[in-house]
Design a protein around this ligand. Structure first.
Ligand code: UD1
Length: 421
């Protein structure tokens, strides 16, 4: 298993290009099942999660061209589609559940494995099941698989989700595009990746309004056609690299970054003493004065502070002046990075969903272990600001969501290298 070696080396200066969003790509890819004509995605990120979705779609009978140098994925679902999403692939990635809605819309039935345990909490499927049941599907759980059938096809319906789940919103919207009649989803999630999915579905001929708000209306159509769509910028990769100059000093421009993707996060950085300026090409980030100040953070659905940036923000607050309180409201077990940061000299107390961080002047290099995707990059950020050497092991988590992390950071002066096992 590969690890990453980081030597704390002071300020970072330069530019980092931000890739297309993993989470947008993972919902745009299954949308290909909704049409027999090809769907082409440009600006797709090169990540292991995208390879997993490619494998899953291929197992369903979709032709997927391998990701090319131009970051283009072309998919075609013209052949016969198989309704079974097998456990062996689904268990690798929860986002595999995003084939459920499109398969039901396309075939009227689907058999999709439950994703199984996840390191950051229980992550059940009840909201997805309720949403698709509202559209007329009957769904039972047998042998670890969801067996879904829509006798006579899906029918438009008004449905309110008990909680604004991102994935359930995506499944409902995709399924409703081909349902008979009108559908309205209330308490819908508002994330930019959903707005991007709707933009693509609209190019495919879907009739949808209200994306980016809590009420999405979908008028079912008989068929969708092919399209070409650029994947939106990855706001989580963007936020992660915005933290690099915040934690190390220096000035970094994040190419392709836009403020509206990271509003609540940029406001917190501003409060902590980090300047974020929109430029023609992206966002420029630097500290306003010396050491950053402690701030309190509560994770919320978009447009609030994203849970996917909580671990990275904690790395910054470990060296801030004062005491910060981080409240995790989306996932119940998402502080697994805290014990690893403590190994680097951080002062963190975790009680349930709240972590209290008392800033220290300097972190110290150590051997640490990545426990999930965002936790792994938080350890790299902390290591950049620490004295001495840090080795982060289990970096396969990192490769699920960050492309060429070593190259991007070394281009700004970081001393970071991958050690292949
Ligand atoms: C998506 C993102 C993930 C991000 C999360 C929250 C993708 C591929 N992943 O995950 O990176 O951390 O949004 O911003 O886009 N829940 C239920 N029942 C359900 C579904 C969800 O109780 O049926 C709960 C979850 O356990 C969690 C909360 O709802 O506590 C939010 O989850 P959800 O918005 O569904 O996250 P994902 O779509 O899985």
């Amino acid at each position: 298993m590969d690890s990453i070696l980081v030597k704390g080396n002071g300020a970072l200066n330069g530019q980092i290009p931000i890739a297309g969003a993993k989470n947008a790509c993972l919902t745009l890819m299954p949308a290909t099942l909704l049409s027999e004509e090809p769907l082409t995605l440009t600006n797709a990120p090169r990540l292991s999660d995208i390879r997993t979705m490619t494998q899953l779609l291929q197992s369903l009978g979709v032709e997927v061209s391998p990701l090319q140098a131009g970051k283009v994925i072309t998919m075609s679902s013209h052949a016969e589609i198989n309704p079974l999403a097998d456990y062996e692939i689904v268990r690798k990635m929860r986002a595999s559940n995003l084939v459920l809605g499109p398969l039901l819309a396309r075939l009227g039935h689907a058999v999709v494995s439950l994703p199984g345990g996840c390191a950051i909490g229980a992550r059940p499927m009840d909201i997805h099941i309720d949403a698709l049941t509202a559209l007329g599907a009957e769904i039972d759980l047998r042998d670890g698989y969801l067996h879904a059938v829509a006798r006579g096809g899906l029918k438009g319906a008004v449905h309110e989700m008990r909680l604004a789940s991102v994935g359930a919103t995506e499944n409902f919207v995709m399924a409703a595009t081909l349902a008979k009649g009108n559908s309205v989803l209330k308490n819908a999630a508002r994330e930019p990746e959903i707005v991007d999915l709707v933009a693509c579905l609209r190019k495919m001929g879907a009739q949808i309004e209200g994306e980016g708000t809590s009420t999405i209306t979908i008028q079912g159509v008989d068929r969708l056609h092919g399209a070409t769509h650029p994947v939106v910028t990855d706001r989580i990769e963007l936020g992660t690299y915005m933290l690099a100059p915040a934690i190390c000093g220096g000035e970094v421009e994040l190419l392709g970054g836009r403020l509206h993707l990271v509003g609540a996060f940029a406001e917190k950085l501003d409060e902590a003493g980090v300047a974020v300026v929109e430029t023609e090409r992206g966002l420029k980030v630097s500290r306003k004065n010396g050491r950053v100040q402690a701030v309190n953070v509560t994770t919320e659905p978009f447009p609030g502070f994203p849970t996917d940036l909580q671990a990275q923000m904690m790395a910054l607050l470990c060296t801030a002046n004062g005491v910060s309180v981080l409240e995790e409201k989306i996932f119940e077990n998402r502080f697994m990075h805290a014990p690893e940061l403590i190994r680097m000299g951080a002062r963190i107390d975790v009680h349930g969903g709240t972590a209290t961080v008392t800033g220290v002047e300097k972190l110290k290099g150590a051997r640490v272990m990545a426990t999930d995707l965002r936790a792994s990059v938080s350890l790299i950020l902390a290591a950049l600001a620490a004295e001495g050497e840090t080795v982060v092991s289990r970096v396969y988590h990192l490769d699920r969501g960050y492309e060429r992390v070593e190259e991007k950071l070394s281009a700004c002066g970081a001393l970071i290298e991958r050690i292949s096992a």
